[in-house]
Design a protein around this ligand. Structure first.
Ligand code: BGC
Length: 441
C-alpha cells in the first residue's frame, strides 16, 4: 500500500463539544437536577452530581487536554440558571466565570463556539411553563442579550438552541426528558415557540454583534422504513423525516413551519441561519406499530451494522454522507457541531471516527461548504436520562475520583487534528481493518 494523506482545507476547525449540565456539576437550579431527584427518571438512579467538575475548576485541565492534542476550537454551553438564577437577578460572579472560561479558550488557541441553551431550563422558567408558554421568547431573548453582551469580546460563533427538534420530541412527545409529557399537539406548539425564540435570539445577537455567526445545532437522524415494502412504514419514515429533520431548517430559512397537513407562518424566523450546525450520530429504522407505546412507531438501529455497546448508535457512515448531501441543499456553510459514539472500551470508536471523517473529507473535496468538526465529546459526561451508563469521551472519567484516562481514540483524533487530515499510517495504526476500504490499491 502506498502512503497517502487526505488533507482538509487550511483553517478547518477541529474540536470537541460539551454542554454545561453534562460537565459543570452542581447545577442545582435547573429542571434536570430536579428531574434527577425523581425516582425512575434516570437509568440506575444516576445523578449528574459533580459531573466533570468544570465549575469547580477542572475546565482548565480538560481544555488543556483539548489544546495539547491539536484541537483549535471548542463548543461549550452556558447555563441559563447560573446566569439568571431568579427572574430579577443576574449572577455577575457566574457571568465573570464564563468570561474567564471564554478567555481561557482563546488563550489556548481554541476558537469558542458557544451554545446558549442545551436542554436545561432554570427552575423559575419551569414555573412559568418553559417552552409551553409563548412568553419564553421574551425570557430567552433577555438572557441571550445579557450573555452575549458579556461574552462578545471572545465569541463570534453562537448556537442559540441545541437540538430544538430533539428537545420537543424527547420532552413533549416521548416523555423521556422533563417535563415528561407525551402530547404531539403540544410538541408542535413547543416547536413554534422554539423557532420564535431562536429568531428573537438571532436578532438580539446580531444587534449586539453584527459580525456574529448564528445557528441552531440540529439533531439529524435519517429515518428508514423498517420494511421497505410496507406503505405504512414508509409513511412513518416520511413523517418522521419531515417533522424531525426538515422542519426546523426549513422554518428558519423560509419562515414557514410545515409538516404533513399542519402549517404555521413564522415570518420573523425567515433567514435566521448564518450556517447550519449539525449533530449526526446514526440513522434509525422506523416501523408503524399500532400498539407501540411511542406514538405508534417502533424505532431500532438499522440491521447489519456494527453498533455501540448499548445498541444506541450504529457505525453508519452512509447515513452521514446522506445527511451531508441533504444539508448541502440549504446553501449554507456547514459545521458538524456533534458526532460520536458511546463506547467505554473504545473498541469501535476508532473505526467510527475514521469512517465518518473520511466521508466528511470526501464531501469537503466535492466542495461542500463544510467548515469544521466537533467530536462528542472530550471527557465522559452525564448522559441525560441514561446517566453515566454511556461513555462518549475521548478521555474516560472515573466519576467518583474525577480521574481522567486517555482512550486510544484521543491519540487518533490528536493525530488527525495535528495533520489536518487522515493518513494511511494512522488508519494502519488505529484501525488496520479499514486500510483497504479507505486507501484501496
Ligand atoms: C446531545 C448531547 C448528548 C449526545 C449523546 C446529543 O443529542 O446534544 O447532549 O450527550 O447527543 O447522547
Amino acid at each position: 500500500m502506498s502512503q497517502a494523506v487526505f488533507h482538509f482545507p487550511k483553517g478547518f476547525l477541529w474540536g470537541t463539544a460539551t454542554a454545561s449540565h453534562q460537565v459543570e456539576g452542581n447545577n442545582t437550579n435547573n429542571n434536570w437536577w430536579a428531574w434527577e431527584q425523581r425516582p425512575g427518571r434516570i437509568l440506575r438512579g444516576d445523578k449528574s452530581g459533580l459531573a466533570c467538575d468544570w465549575w469547580g475548576g477542572r475546565w482548565r485541565e480538560d481544555l488543556n487536554r483539548a489544546a495539547d492534542s491539536g484541537q483549535n476550537a471548542h463548543r461549550l454551553s452556558i447555563e441559563w440558571s447560573r446566569v439568571q438564577p431568579t427572574p430579577d437577578r443576574w449572577d455577575e460572579a457566574a457571568i465573570d466565570r464564563y468570561r474567564e472560561i471564554a478567555r481561557g479558550l482563546t488563550e489556548r488557541g481554541l476558537l469558542p463556539l458557544v451554545t446558549l441553551h442545551h436542554f436545561t431550563d432554570p427552575l423559575w422558567v419551569v414555573e412559568q411553563g418553559s417552552w409551553e408558554n409563548p412568553n419564553i421568547v421574551n425570557l430567552f431573548a433577555n438572557y441571550v442579550r445579557k450573555t452575549v453582551e458579556a461574552l462578545k469580546g471572545y465569541v463570534t460563533y453562537w448556537v442559540t438552541i441545541n437540538e430544538p427538534n430533539a428537545l420537543a420530541a424527547y420532552a413533549y412527545a416521548l416523555g423521556v426528558f422533563p417535563p415528561g409529557k407525551r402530547d404531539l399537539g403540544l410538541a408542535l406548539n413547543v416547536m413554534v415557540n422554539l423557532a420564535r425564540a431562536h429568531a428573537a435570539a438571532y436578532q438580539t445577537i446580531h444587534k449586539l454583534q453584527p459580525e456574529a455567526r448564528v445557528s441552531i445545532a440540529l439533531n439529524v437522524r435519517p429515518f428508514l422504513a423498517t420494511k421497505s415494502w410496507s406503505p405504512l412504514d414508509r409513511l412513518a419514515a416520511g413523517l418522521a423525516n419531515g417533522a424531525f429533520n426538515d422542519l426546523f431548517p426549513r422554518a428558519l430559512t423560509s419562515g414557514e413551519m410545515r409538516v404533513s397537513g399542519w402549517r404555521r407562518s413564522i415570518p420573523e424566523a425567515k433567514n435566521t441561519l448564518d450556517y447550519l450546525g449539525l449533530n449526526y450520530y446514526t440513522r434509525e429504522s422506523i416501523a408503524f406499530v399500532p400498539q407501540a407505546s411511542q406514538a405508534y412507531v417502533r424505532l431500532s438501529i438499522p440491521p447489519g451494522l456494527e453498533t455501540s455497546p448499548n445498541d444506541m448508535i450504529a457505525n453508519d457512515p452512509d447515513g452521514f454522507s446522506e445527511v451531508l448531501n441533504w444539508a448541502r441543499a440549504f446553501k449554507l456553510p456547514i459545521l458538524i457541531t456533534e458526532n460520536g459514539i458511546e463506547d467505554a472500551e473504545d473498541g469501535l470508536r476508532p473505526r467510527y471516527l475514521i469512517e465518518h471523517l473520511h466521508r466528511l473529507w470526501r464531501a469537503v473535496n466535492e466542495n461542500y461548504p463544510i467548515k469544521g468538526y466537533f467530536h462528542w465529546t472530550l471527557v465522559d459526561n452525564f448522559e441525560w436520562e441514561r446517566g453515566w451508563t454511556q461513555r462518549f469521551g475521548l478521555w474516560e472519567l472515573d466519576v467518583a475520583s474525577q480521574a481522567r484516562r486517555k482512550r486510544p481514540s484521543a491519540d487518533l483524533y490528536a493525530e488527525i487534528c495535528r495533520e489536518n487530515g487522515i493518513s494511511s499510517e494512522m488508519v494502519e495504526k488505529y484501525a488496520p481493518g479499514l486500510v483497504e476500504k479507505i486507501f484501496p490499491g
